[in-house]
Ligand binder design. Sequence first.
Ligand code: ADP
Ligand code: MG
Length: 479
Amino acid sequence: MFINGKFVNAKSGKTFDVFDPATEQVIATCPAGEAADVAAAAAAAKAAFYGGWKATSAQERGRILFKIADRIRARRDELARIETLNSGKPIVESEYDMDDSAVCFEYYGGLATKINGEVIPVPTNAMVMAVKEPMGVAGQIIPWNYPLAMAAWKLGPAIAAGCTVVIKPAEQTPLSLLALAKDFEACGLPPGVINIVTGMGPECGAPIVAHPDIRKIAFTGSAEVGKLIMRSAADQLKRVSLELGGKSPNIFFADSDFEAAVDGALFGVFINQGEVCSAGSRVLVQQEIYKKFVDACAAKAKTIKVGPGIERETKMGPLVSAEQRDRVKGYLDIGKKEAKVAAGGGVPKGFSKGWYVEPTIFYDVDNGARIAQEEIFGPVMSVIPFKDEAHALEIANATPYGLAAAVWTRDIFKAFRVTRALEAGIVWVNHMQPTMLEAPWGGYKMSGFGRELGHWGVEEYLETKQIYINLDEAPIGWY
Ligand code: ADP
Ligand code: MG
């Protein structure tokens, strides 16, 4: 772990194993942090906040973030390799994630100097200002699907805002962030500003949420844990932002560009092995093109090269853990009872080791089916036919989630109508998944609340203070 600028073991001395999903081998052991370690990290973060960080200039914080971005770029190959060996994802995707993480730190390096308040005109002889201040110590809990990128999305804005941080990577994928931390001191980050604790959710994550000196929790992960966090945070009325799961619709009208559409359907749900919160896992296809579309998707899905992420030609790696593989396999069994299989449906042949599953397409799926309602977090597409625009919207919004959605059509009027009618935090037209660091990211409904990225991301780490300055020299004159 990395606490107060030093790499340390857990106070208990306990460790846990970290695996390579392609070989099922232990590639590292990490300290199994618990409440005592979280307390040490929170104390360091608090001391750093009040001991000078709070007063650092925005320029200084910005420069530190630029340096972190530079270090990610300089170490791109090494960090991408670590990311792939630890998460299973294709190396090309890890390289993309490293670039994206660097840009994210850079974006917030630039934003640090643009956090302004407001002056508000009031009817009295006074000047009233709204100033932005850092919340203090922030707790951040990270998922395993984009280990470094998700950390960057949270660290960038917190540092730009002037907060200090206790961050916990997922127990499956702690390595890339720990590797990056080796450079924090050289980037000018004072000890205690970013503290990394490693460990399990209940033992190491829950104490972050419960710690009285941690003012805010930013969480990305399952809805189930999101609810636990919100309940626990309620005790101290702690601020929370939650980015939870989804069951995002990817809607294809008959007038869409067919080739691009098929590509977009596959990309929407198979990128990163489908371990994507915004995965377009429900593919809604208009009746006129339905049969042809399912056949074309299935034919292409069967050609996706599954294998160890570290091999450059791999297009789909193993799932992150045995637990996740079993979870997804469970849904494959459920899906076979609920719908028809167009591609995949099991474990690929030819691998003696590795937590692989096949890219799978179910069709004739009823939107009420479990494979259409529950987040699977694996390479599983559920294809649902629809009649017309109204029908598509009815199905698309019939989900407890509302993270993302996409619509494919050449009709700009239809595109606008549908984007406005979809209940989702992110809506793409004629694409699915491009993630712009400058734009807001987050969900409607049970996909959570709060927004990451862009200037919205930094707001999550700021309090707003009203300052009233009386300009009238006469006494109030009331008594
Ligand atoms: P998954 O079940 O797919 O691993 P989770 O939502 O459980 O997804 O995990 C996301 C992150 O939340 C991980 O860093 C995990 O350790 C953490 N976590 C899990 N349970 C808890 C909990 N009870 N309190 C706080 N954090 C938790
Ligand atoms: Mg869990």
